[in-house]
Design a protein around this ligand. Structure first.
Ligand SMILES: Cc1cc2nc3c(=O)[nH]c(=O)nc-3n(C[C@H](O)[C@H](O)[C@H](O)COP(=O)(O)OP(=O)(O)OC[C@H]3O[C@@H](n4cnc5c(N)ncnc54)[C@H](O)[C@@H]3O)c2cc1C
Length: 494
C-alpha cells in the first residue's frame, strides 16, 4: 500500500472504536508501520456492544444442535474455533501496553437444569458429541461435583459440562489498544462519523471517500472500514449503492449486570461463602435466541451477569424490565442462592451488530475500498483477533482466509431450510417463553407449538417465502410491514 500524507487524509480510516474497529487498526499497524491510520469513535462508547459484553470467549458452549449440518452455520462456528487458538498470544503481545498482564482465563461450566427447555438438553448433547468427535478436552460432571453451583431447589442441575471456553474483561482489551495507538502512531478521534461521501467515478483510486465528523472535521481515505456496529447503517444509508447491496444492520439489544458482594458479605460470609470460589464462567446454552444466562467472575467477589437479547428495528436507550428480571431470577434460582444479598448495576444496553440474515459482514464490499468488519452478533469479541487479522491482511493487499459467503455485498443467506427454520423458531420461542414464566401441562404443549407453527407459517406466506429459512430471531421484522419494507433484501433462494 502506498502511504498518503496530507493531514486530513489517511491510508485507512476505521469508523468504530469497539473490538472490531480497534482490532483492525491494531492488526494493520502490527503488519505495516508506515501507513497512516485513523480510528473514529466516541470515548463514551454508548450503545457499544463490546463494552456491554462480559466477555466470554465463547466457542463450544455456543454450538447449536446441528450446527455443522449447515455449511453457513459451520463456517460461522469455525470463526470462533480459529479465534480461540489466537487469544493467548494475542494477549501476550498486547500486554506490552498494559499495566497488568492481559490473559484469558480458560474454563466454562455449562449447566443443564430442569428450568431450561428441551432445546437446551439437545444443544448440550450436541456440544458433547461434537467435542468428543473433535477430541476437545472437556469433563462431564455430576451436579454435586461443583460445590459453588448451589441454586435454589427448583433449579438443581441435571448435568454440568466443563468446556475450554474462557473469559477476559473486554474493557481491558480496548484500553490496551488505546495505549498501543498512543505510542504507535494511530490517530484516535473521539468523535462520531456523520456523513459519508463516496467518489463514484471509476476507476476508484485515491482518497475518494470523505467522512465528515460531528465536530466538523473531514477525513479522506481510499480505504474505509465500517466497524461501528449497527450504527453503521446510518452511513450505509447515505450511499444508495451500498444500501442496496448490503443486508441491513438491525439492533441486537442486550444488557448485563455488574454484580458485587457487599463488604459485610466479604467479612461474614453472607448466606454461603461458596460464591467466592467461583473460578470460571457458569452458563446455560442459548435460550430463546439469547446467549443463555452467564455469570462471569472477575475476582474478589465481582461478577458480570449476562445477558438479555432481542433483535430490534430501532435502538431503545434503556433495558427492558423483563430482560433484567429474567437475569436476576436465574442468578439466584439457577446459579447460587447466596447472590440473594449481592448488589447490582446495569451495564448497557449495548447493541450487537445483527445483519438481516444474522451472518457477519466481513471484508471488502462491491465498492472498492469500503470494507466491513461488522455484523458479528453475539460472539464478535471472541472472534475479533482472527477477523481483524484477516481483514488487515486483505486491506494491505494480502490474502484472507475468511469465508467468501460472508462478504458484505450479498444476498441474504438462508438459515437452514424453511422447514428447519420454522421448527427452530418454534423451539427457540418456547425456550424464551419458558424463561418468562410459561408453564404448560403436558397435554397443552403440542397445541401450543402448533399455534406458534401456524403463526410463523402465516409470516412466510405473507412474504411469499417458500424455501428461504428466516433466522428464528427475525420473524417479527418480516411480520411488521414498516420494518419489512426497510429490511427486505434479495435472498439467496426464495
Ligand atoms: C450484552 C452483550 C453481551 C455480549 N457478550 C459477549 C461475549 O461474552 N462474548 C463475545 O464474544 N461477544 C459478546 N457479545 C457480542 C460482542 O460484544 C459483539 O459481537 C462485538 O463486541 C461487536 O464489536 P463491534 O466493534 O463490531 O461493535 P461495538 O462494540 O458496538 O463498537 C462499535 C463502536 O462504534 C461506535 N460508534 C457508534 N456510532 C459511531 C459513529 N457514528 N462514528 C464512529 N463510531 C461510532 C460506538 O460508540 C462503539 O464503540 C455481547 C454483546 C452484548 C450486547
Amino acid at each position: 500500500m502506498v502511504a498518503l500524507t496530507s493531514k486530513d487524509t489517511y491510508d485507512v480510516v476505521i469508523i468504530g472504536n469497539g473490538a472490531l474497529g480497534m482490532g483492525v487498526a491494531y492488526n494493520l499497524r502490527k503488519r505495516d508501520p508506515s501507513i497512516s491510520i485513523a480510528v473514529v469513535g466516541p470515548s463514551h462508547r454508548k450503545g457499544g456492544a463490546t463494552v456491554a459484553a462480559g466477555a466470554m470467549i465463547n466457542v463450544w458452549a455456543e454450538m447449536a444442535a446441528g450446527q455443522y449440518d449447515n455449511p453457513a452455520l459451520a463456517d460461522r462456528a469455525e470463526l470462533t474455533v480459529a479465534a480461540m487458538e489466537l487469544w493467548d498470544n494475542y494477549c501476550a503481545d498486547l500486554s506490552e501496553f498494559t499495566e497488568k498482564q492481559l490473559e484469558v482465563k480458560w474454563g466454562t461450566y455449562i449447566v443443564n437444569n430442569a428450568l431450561g427447555s428441551p432445546h437446551e438438553m439437545k444443544a448440550v448433547d450436541y456440544i458433547v458429541e461434537l467435542m468428543q468427535k473433535r477430541q476437545v478436552p472437556h469433563q462431564i460432571l455430576d451436579p454435586g461435583d461443583v460445590p459453588f453451583i448451589k441454586p435454589e431447589q427448583k433449579g438443581q442441575p441435571i448435568r454440568i459440562v466443563r468446556v475450554p471456553d474462557g473469559r477476559i474483561d473486554s474493557r481491558m482489551v480496548l484500553s490496551a489498544y488505546e495505549r498501543f495507538f498512543a505510542v504507535r502512531d494511530v490517530d484516535l478521534f473521539d468523535d462520531t462519523a456523520e456523513r459519508l461521501q463516496v467518489g463514484l467515478k471509476l476507476p476508484f483510486v485515491g482518497a475518494d471517500k470523505t467522512i465528515t465528523l460531528a465536530s466538523g472535521t473531514t477525513l479522506k481515505t481510499k480505504a474505509l472500514v465500517m466497524a461501528s456496529g449497527s450504527f453503521s447503517q446510518a452511513l450505509i444509508d447515505q450511499v444508495p449503492d451500498l444500501r442496496r447491496e448490503v443486508p441491513r444492520l438491525v439492533w441486537g439489544a442486550g444488557s448485563g449486570l455488574d454484580i458485587s458482594l457487599p463488604p459485610w458479605v466479604h467479612r461474614y460470609g453472607g448466606l454461603d461463602r461458596s460464591v467466592f470460589d467461583i473460578d470460571a464462567v457458569i452458563r446455560t446454552v442459548d435460550r430463546g435466541g439469547a446467549c443463555g444466562v452467564h455469570l462471569v467472575p472477575y475476582g474478589n467477589g465481582e461478577f458480570y451477569l449476562g445477558s438479555s437479547s432481542g433483535v430490534w428495528f430501532e435502538p431503545e436507550a434503556k433495558p427492558r424490565v423483563h430482560a433484567v428480571h429474567v437475569l436476576l431470577r436465574s442468578l439466584v434460582e439457577e446459579i447460587n442462592y447466596a447472590f440473594f444479598f449481592a448488589t447490582m448495576s446495569v451495564r448497557g444496553p449495548g447493541f450487537r451488530p445483527v445483519s438481516m440474515d444474522t451472518f457477519p459482514l466481513l471484508g471488502q464490499s462491491h465498492i472498492p475500498g469500503i470494507w466491513f468488519a461488522n455484523g458479528t452478533k453475539r460472539d464478535g469479541f471472541t472472534c475479533s483477533p482472527y477477523l481483524c487479522g484477516e481483514i488487515a491482511n486483505e486491506i494491505l493487499g494480502g490474502r484472507s482466509s475468511l469465508p467468501k459467503r460472508f462478504l458484505p455485498s450479498r444476498s441474504l443467506i438462508s438459515y437452514k431450510t424453511a422447514a428447519e427454520a420454522i421448527e427452530d423458531y418454534v423451539a427457540a420461542d418456547f425456550g424464551g417463553e419458558v424463561q418468562h414464566g410459561l408453564n404448560l401441562p403436558p397435554y397443552a404443549l403440542e397445541p401450543y407449538r402448533n399455534m406458534k407453527r401456524a403463526k410463523i407459517k402465516e409470516i412466510y406466506d405473507k412474504r411469499k417465502i417458500q424455501n428461504f429459512g428466516i433466522h428464528p430471531e427475525l420473524p417479527h421484522l418480516y411480520d411488521n410491514d414498516e420494518f419489512f419494507a426497510a429490511c427486505d433484501h434479495k435472498r439467496e433462494i426464495e
